[in-house]
Design a protein around this ligand. Structure first.
Ligand code: HEC
Length: 149
């Protein structure tokens, strides 16, 4: 009889113990999922940092552009990367502009690696243009291509 009672007691304890563990585990799961979310990498984090470092002075943190006065006193009218021309230019135009610069913008081909420049273009489309699909590359006539070479 005594043994049976002990067994019953042990059994009910055994049943209770995991139940307790369960509740404490479920309260613990919140911070765990929060850290999971924080660990999800932002695929544009690097490009954003590159942009802040190299492009923000002229284009502004949000890509709005506007009138800019450089340290040497040069005044520039920087176009918005969010609207207007920037929406009508295909990626190849962006790549060319970033690599070669021009019209007040410095060339970045020797400062940034090609993958960094590609990421900047994707970042501009994503952050400033709301994920807009870039316009298609222009069709070039073969004649024109031949002349250009
Ligand atoms: C010294 C100022 C300056 C800096 C720094 C600069 N830009 Fe520019 N950017 C300009 C100006 C001015 C234009 C407009 C050029 C023109 O009129 O053709 C321009 C044009 C562009 C365009 C073309 C926009 C369009 O309408 O098609 C892109 C894309 C661009 N910049 C990206 C960048 C990126 C990315 C960086 C950093 C790696 C950068 N720029 C750094 C001044 C700057």
């Amino acid at each position: 009889m005594n043994v049976r009672r002990l067994v019953l007691l042990a059994l009910s304890l055994a049943l209770l113990t995991p139940a307790c563990n369960k509740t404490s585990r479920s309260t613990n799961s919140d911070p765990r999922s929060a850290s999971n979310a924080a660990a999800t990498p932002d695929e544009f984090a690097d490009a954003r940092a590159t942009f802040v470092k190299n492009c923000k002075t002229c284009h502004g943190e949000q890509g709005n552009g506007g009138p800019v006065k450089l340290e040497d006193g040069t005044k520039l009218k920087v176009p918005s990367l969010r609207e207007g021309h920037a929406l009508r230019h295909p990626d190849s135009d962006f790549l060319k502009q970033i690599n070669k610069g021009g019209d007040g913008m410095p060339a970045f081909k020797d400062k940034l690696a090609p993958p960094q420049i590609n990421d900047l273009v994707r970042f501009i489309r994503h952050d400033f243009q709301g994920g807009a699909t870039p316009p298609p590359e222009r069709m070039r006539s073969p004649m024109k291509d031949m002349k250009m070479k």
